[in-house]
Design a protein around this ligand. Structure first.
Ligand SMILES: Cc1cc2nc3c(=O)[nH]c(=O)nc-3n(C[C@H](O)[C@H](O)[C@H](O)COP(=O)(O)OP(=O)(O)OC[C@H]3O[C@@H](n4cnc5c(N)ncnc54)[C@H](O)[C@@H]3O)c2cc1C
Length: 570
């Protein structure tokens, strides 16, 4: 068995990153598949490759889930929107995947109840929406909706605008922590032999199947990629039979460099985070914004209340994280003010914000919200690009990509219905909630099992102090501790914004826990005082510029200067 195909459960332990980079530099192993982009799409493809015995490597320019896969609205939809537009088979597939994720990863993908008010004279009326929900629930095999009279609003959504309220529909979808979903899929892939690197940017794709393209030196029959390891600052030439571009909203960057026409239309969506005590909601409230009739959601997430989202052409610099604009803050607050007129919510109630860029394939539609959100796959002389889609359908997207990749692999007959696993229908390993988790409260045991899979018991074995909930969030320090040991944390923002969500859920980016987190980082990663100070400076600049309200932002020059230090010039 080669060093690449060993089952590797320690793939992300400290020190393994350097080892992997060295191996990539020194050997000219030809990978079956190199995947560019460490969001949910890339992670899903990696998982499906290795379960079919392919040698696969994933490279991510920033941190795993850095792109839209940590900045979505966290809904694992069955696709009510598709159903409303008559796309029955797409809805059926999405509903099936949603149900599969909920049953395999309870504690990571959980049911979320929605309420939608129906006002007199507003589309859709309650009775019509109920017919749509009938079909939706039929596909899920469970009746999960009900229509309530307006007078029940005081129980379902206290404070909701009562004027002309006719009835309220209640239905069920699902919610997740998108970044943890990516991590869980990556862990599963690692356990089947995959390799992945964060902070490794692909600068150039070498096509094996194009007559004009250069080939990887010394490996004449293979294409591959030229990548930059941004931690050790070295260039890597990595041969591969197939290269898959899963870079989401950035998909055009590598394609256009190959002479292809651009196709993407990056659309920004932003969110406001409010403390749960200030605006408690038991259900997600879905309503139409009074300015443009777009659907907006107010939903409970990780103990906070989130308001989102917007849908705008994104003209900000794609080399930086997206940031909410003052106009988006006003738009979202105006929607809440209209729907909950007595609440008096203002910008001063906002703890944090986040903005993501949707990887939407342009059709030339005038209105951003009219653009389709389904995924597309293109094979451009051997460079396979995938963009668009949803969190829910990542497994189906991965299978579609493999269908395109099959012809370039020695084994063209990839079994795309089944994997090589004995438990072949599952995405996630089965986690027993037995002995190792029994001493924990039920919700915490589920949370650890869902988010950390087979490692849940290891986390649960930490002392009580580490397992105590961090006030204002459902997370505990034992989770962060484990992430530092096992999840390739390179920067403080990886830990505060993606492995955990403390930076978004706590005021001031989690200032109150930084001392404790600092101790953990020094112990686990060996950071010196000066490395820690640099990391805190970097983290706070990122937080202020991209995860807080616009008026708290530092000058964009200082963050640009900071980010440029990390960017290879590609
Ligand atoms: C505001 C918003 C709300 C959304 N809400 C939902 C929702 O509620 N439910 C849902 O299902 N979907 C939702 N989506 C859509 C969903 O988030 C995306 O479809 C999904 O995350 C796309 O994943 P991806 O892996 O394709 O892209 P990304 O997650 O963006 O990953 C692409 C990665 O490629 C990396 N990369 C770029 N260039 C390079 C390079 N040269 N080398 C190496 N790596 C590179 C990037 O750093 C990035 O991490 C939402 C999206 C947004 C923006």
């Amino acid at each position: 068995m080669s060093m690449w195909s060993d089952k590797d459960c320690t793939a992300w332990q400290p020190g393994r990153r350097e080892q992997l980079v060295d191996q990539l530099r020194q050997t000219k192993t030809i990978w079956d598949v190199v995947i560019i982009g460490g969001g949910i799409t890339g992670a899903g493809i990696l998982r499906e490759c290795v379960r079919r015995g392919l040698k696969a490597l994933l490279l991510e320019k920033h941190d795993f889930s850095y792109g839209s896969s940590s900045k979505s609205s966290k809904m694992v939809h069955g696709g009510l929107r598709y159903l409303a537009s008559g796309q029955l088979s797409l809805t059926r597939d999405s509903v099936k995947e949603r149900q599969r994720l909920m049953s395999e990863a309870e504690g990571l993908v959980d049911p979320l109840r929605f309420v939608m008010p129906h006002y007199q004279g507003q589309f859709p009326p309650g009775f019509l929406f109920e017919r749509v929900l009938d079909v939706y629930d039929l596909m899920a095999g469970a009746r999960q909706h009900k229509r309530y009279p307006a007078r029940d609003a005081q129980y379902l959504a206290p404070g909701i605008n009562p004027e002309k309220l006719a009835s309220i529909s209640q239905f069920t979808d699902a919610v997740t922590d998108d970044s943890r979903l990516v991590m869980r899929v990556l862990h599963e892939a690692h356990m089947s032999g995959a390799q992945s690197l964060n902070y490794c940017a692909v600068k150039h794709v070498l096509k094996a199947h194009s007559s004009y393209s250069p080939k990887v030196q010394g490996v004449s029959q293979a294409g591959g990629v030229i990548a930059q390891d941004m931690i050790g600052n070295q260039e890597l030439e990595i041969p591969a039979r197939v290269v898959i571009n899963a870079t989401g909203a950035w998909a055009d960057e590598l394609r256009v460099a190959q002479g292809e026409a651009s196709r993407m239309r990056p659309l920004r969506g932003s969110h406001l985070v409010i403390p749960g005590w200030r605006f408690p909601v038991g259900f997600t409230v879905s309503f139409f914004h009074p300015h443009d009739k777009r659907p907006v959601f107010i939903f409970p997430w990780e103990g906070a209340t989130v308001i989102g989202t917007t849908d705008l052409d994104h003209h900000q610099d794609m080399r930086q994280d997206a940031s909410i604009s003052a106009g988006e803050v006003s738009y979202l607050l105006a929607g809440v003010q209209h729907q909950f007129p007595g609440l008096g919510l203002t910008a001063s109630d906002v703890i944090s914000t986040w903005s993501g860029v949707r990887p939407v394939v342009s059709s030339g539609a005038l209105d951003p919200s009219s653009e389709k959100r389904e995924h597309s796959v293109w094979d451009e002389q051997g460079l396979i690009t995938v963009a668009g889609g949803k969190l829910t359908t990542f497994r189906l997207i991965a299978l579609d990509v493999l269908k395109h990749a099959a012809k370039y692999l020695e084994n063209e007959n990839l079994d795309l219905k089944h994997s090589g696993n004995s438990d072949d229908k599952r995405i996630f390993s089965r986690v027993s909630q037995g002995e190792g988790l029994r001493h924990l409260p039920e919700l915490q045991a589920k949370r650890l099992a869902g988010r950390f899979g087979l490692a849940a018991c290891e986390i649960a074995a930490c002392d009580d102090n580490q397992l105590k909930r961090i006030s204002g969030t459902p997370a505990c320090m034992a989770e962060l501790r484990w992430s530092l040991d096992n999840e390739m944390v390179m920067h403080l923002d990886d830990l505060m914004l993606r492995r955990s969500r403390l930076g978004i859920l706590l005021p001031e980016g989690g200032d109150s826990v930084l001392e404790q987190v600092g101790q953990l980082c020094r112990n686990k990663l060996g950071w010196s005082e000066s490395v820690w100070s640099d990391e805190v400076r970097r983290y706070k600049a990122i937080y202020r510029q991209h995860f807080s309200l616009p008026n708290q932002k530092v000058s964009s020059e200082s963050v640009m200067a900071h980010d440029e230090a990390l960017e290879p010039q590609i």
